[in-house]
Design a protein around this ligand. Structure first.
Ligand code: LHQ
Length: 266
């Protein structure tokens, strides 16, 4: 994909590793381009049934590369944050949420600024115990972005969301788990094997049902119960007609493990 990102496909799992370890994998325009190309490849490849996102080195991602912005300022330009969000960050968050396959984020170290909120835009967040989540924006005169102001109050409640966003205080992984911000904090040495195990299980799971489940939970935030019940009915109609559902029921009745293909039809 390029020098800023490692991209591997194996056994139904695509692994994306942000790869600017000297800068804690901060986002440059080039990294954004490479990540968008990786997502294009993932979206277009039906054999990929799970995605793993992680970072190289001691950090997960320190958000926008401020050095890249400094170069613009030194050249007499201004940092216009809205444009970067419109062009890169917002499409990235939308794509992660709309991707019809589960995305596991293995937060291997500090996740700051946009890096923290991109991790939280993934479906399942595992974090190394040494990792932390930092809403670094206020420290440099910015507001939280990449959906942070949406997801933090929903997962943590407004008191904790406000304090994290206004102070920029790091939230250690174990506290993030205890507060319900992430799925699990794990020993540093176990992080990647846990993440690979989860992705391997997803790569053998009924992909269509997982994609529909992901959408149902996302849409529930804006729905009342009646609307959600209707959406569940429509989604169940779709899931129940997949070959994987037929296989799941057959396997249950036959007292054997199911073999799911992830396909929509025969
Ligand atoms: C970095 C960065 C970085 C460049 C560490 N850039 N080099 C959207 C749209 C438009 C405009 C702007 O922003 C956004 C969204 C955003 O993401 S805004 C938020 C940007 N991110 C930050 O403000 C975080 C800045 N980084 C930090 O606060 C610290 O580095 C953290 C807390 C992440 C980690 O601290 P340490 O573990 O003490 O590491 P460090 O600070 O020593 O960093 C290691 C190296 O990485 C260092 O480089 P050097 O060459 O001196 O070894 C840092 O300069 C570099 N680095 N973050 N965002």
């Amino acid at each position: 994909m390029g020098d800023n990102l490692l991209f591997e496909r194996a056994d139904g799992v695509a692994t994306i590793t942000l790869n600017r370890p000297d800068k804690l994998n901060a986002f440059t325009t080039e990294l954004h381009r490479e990540l968008a190309a990786a997502l294009d490849a993932i979206e277009g490849d039906g054999s990929i049934r799970a995605v793993l996102l992680t970072g190289a080195g001691r950090g997960f991602c320190a958000g926008q590369d401020l050095g890249e912005r400094a170069a613009v300022m030194a050249a007499g330009g201004k940092i216009e944050g809205g444009k970067a969000l419109e062009t890169w960050y917002n499409p990235l968050v939308r794509r992660l949420r709309r991707l019809e396959k589960p995305v596991v984020c293995a937060v291997n170290g500090v996740a700051a600024g946009a890096g923290a909120n991109i991790a939280l835009a993934c479906d399942i967040v595992l974090a190394a115990r040494s990792a932390s989540f930092v809403q670094a924006f206020a420290k440099i005169g910015l507001v939280p972005d990449c959906g942070g102001t949406w997801i933090l109050p929903r997962l943590l409640g407004p008191a904790r969301a406000r304090a994290l966003a206004l102070t920029g205080e790091p939230l250690p992984a174990e506290k993030a788990e205890a507060w319900g911000l992430i799925w699990r904090a794990v020993d540093d040495a176990a992080l990647m094997s846990e993440a690979h195990g989860l992705c391997a299980a997803f790569a053998a799971a009924p992909t269509v049902a997982l994609a529909l489940t992901k959408r149902l939970i996302d849409e529930s935030w804006g729905n009342d119960l009646d609307t959600q019940l209707d959406l569940e009915r429509e989604s169940q109609r779709e899931a129940s007609l997949t070959p994987d559902c037929a296989e799941g029921v057959r396997a249950f009745l036959g007292k054997r493990p199911p073999v799911f293909t992830g396909r929509r039809g025969l």
